[in-house]
Design a protein around this ligand. Sequence first.
Ligand code: DGJ
Length: 731
Amino acid sequence: MAIRIDDSKKLFTLQTKNTTYQMQVGKCDVLLHLYYGKKVENDNLDYLIKPCDRGFSGNPCEAGDERGYSLDTLPQEFSGYGTSDFRLNSVAVSGENGSLSADFRYVSHMILDKKHEIPAMPSLYDNGSEAQTLAVVLEDKAAKLRVTLYYSVFEELDVITRAADITYLGEQEAVISKAMSLCLDLPYGNYDMLHFYGRHAMERQLERTPLMHGTRAIGSKRGASSHHHNPFVILCEREASEDYGECYGAALVYSGNFTAEVEVDQVDQTRFVMGIGSEYFSWTLKKNEVFHMPEAVLSYTDKGFTALSHIFHRAFRHNLCRGDYKLKRRPILINNWEATYFDFNKDKLVEIAKTAAELGVEMLVMDDGWFGKRDNDVSGLGDWFVNEKKLGSTLKELVDEVNGQGLKFGIWFEPEMISEDSELYKEHPEWVLRVPNKLPDRSRFQLVLDMSRDDVRDYLFASISSVLDSANIEYIKWDMNRSMSDVYSNALPAEKQGEASHRYMLGLYDLLEKITSKYPHVLLEGCSGGGGRFDAGMLYYSPQIWCSDNTDAIERIKIQYGTSFAYPISSVGSHVSASPNHQTGRHTPLKTRGVVAMAGSFGYELDLSKMTEEEKVCVKEQIEDFKKYYDVIQDGNYYRLTNPFENHYFSAWQFVSEDRSKALFNIVVTHVEGNARAVHCKLKGLNETSLYRINDRIYTGSALMHAGFVVDKEWSDYPAEQYYIEEVEKR
Ligand code: DGJ
């Protein structure tokens, strides 16, 4: 059983294959956190809590004369507000009498033999008897609030999800202004924090900082999870590395504003909270109304970052991504964006399709510019009807011709946005997010539609459906190209404006659910100016997300490296683009661009007509290679062999099949040297004793992993190599 309860001791133990999570209803009915870490057998870990009388750490009245019993120092599962716990709060609420207080006590619990689902929001799911859920009910009788905490335990995956909802039980109303899905107290140990910061075209750069006393916070208030921070955080012991050490990973299954805060307190305890971004958030609850917080996905390993990534990759791939393409090989696509930008018509696209088909490409994606009045980025958004004048044909004629070349067809949308210069804006200026009597801030000359409105979503569903129904469309790129400001909804009364950002997200999820259920065969690729909304929430609807607008292979190494800590390779949208690169002007060999793009969903984004015959042969080979290596790349385990932020000479990564019989070793020299050092790298994930073939030489697994492999090449600028490794004898 994944969940064990000792009623006499009010002890709850959650067990996964390799981890234990334990909590206990303590003396004053406070739900205390005892432990999360490596698996511990059948023990009561309450001895880990050592109450101690500390000055200025107060005591609840129920504790009587026990001055050591302080909320300020006890590890807890859901920290209160306005109490004598002065550390990070899990909730902030203004009660019916104006009180700023929430102090929860245990009431009851229940076990469910299934995964907990969150109404109207994405979350991990159970593929059949994989998960059990413990629901623990807490109440604050004075504030008339009830919180239910949900712990779903995926025993085999080594994953525990945590969600919570909050109900107001009084007669008036309560206003919540902070609601953290996760509250993880780590009473012992010194931790580093790993998080993934960035900017447009430079997403998910790894930063590792030791946690010091005080609070370290990251988050987004841009309306999307953002390019700038990612809702995935690792806390690890100071010595932890790729292959060693204790680490905790937490991902929020949410795509909007988020907050992740970590505090080291007066006695060196660490508290980690994560949830909906608190800054532009409030939610009013009337009698018996419930607010559902998004889910946080948690895992722990003592085997370092690689093992942690494998856990998240598996969980996201098998228990989060959905749809017909969840585990299927995605078509190798060519996207016309960097080939043509807005300047295309049917003939140009068919020409691209023709050459692409000859080289083995399987799908053409028509990017931005096919609709309304859209010859540049200042107009047309919202007018989701085909610009037949520009295309020189109907959409069906174009799609039929592309299909005739043997290619599938995909199309770009940016549903959540509107241009002021559009038919839609003329008709419905009230549909945008905009503060009354104030000119809104523009970004890329566009405004944001109020996705919380039913009429907006009905319009989008109908217009997207009518495009999809008009031709054989098998893929959508769902883009979103600005951060949100002026978040004010015309559809909400003044006192509910703090709900607008979260209602936007609920609206977006609702629309995505409708589209993906109506068109399950259509592959959805998420996008937000590249990877500005690359999060577990979006993966529930789109099994792949365009990783970055930066398609420079050398820059992509860092971006894809950071992305790989949480997100599986199959979710990483990655293309071969032109050289010199459009974002950086850098020249890189076509082979290198191919090797880097293969650490993702793989495709092309360049003008094939400008390629030499030699380059076309190379593209053909790349496509054949990708198909040949596909299983090991997408279904195998991913190993980061170097850290591109530390190793400036070369970067290497490896895919290894689950049974360790096949592997693909990838290496890119990122800074060529004169009188160069040997490029030497230790491989990972192989069977120690097996014999493996690389080209025409046989090696033992242990030699490749401990003595390493030397790449024997003449180097020039940014070269890459890919070595297929095959087990030839198991010993
Ligand atoms: C941003 C995307 O990331 C690009 O790939 C492209 O689709 C443009 N938007 C189109 O406007």
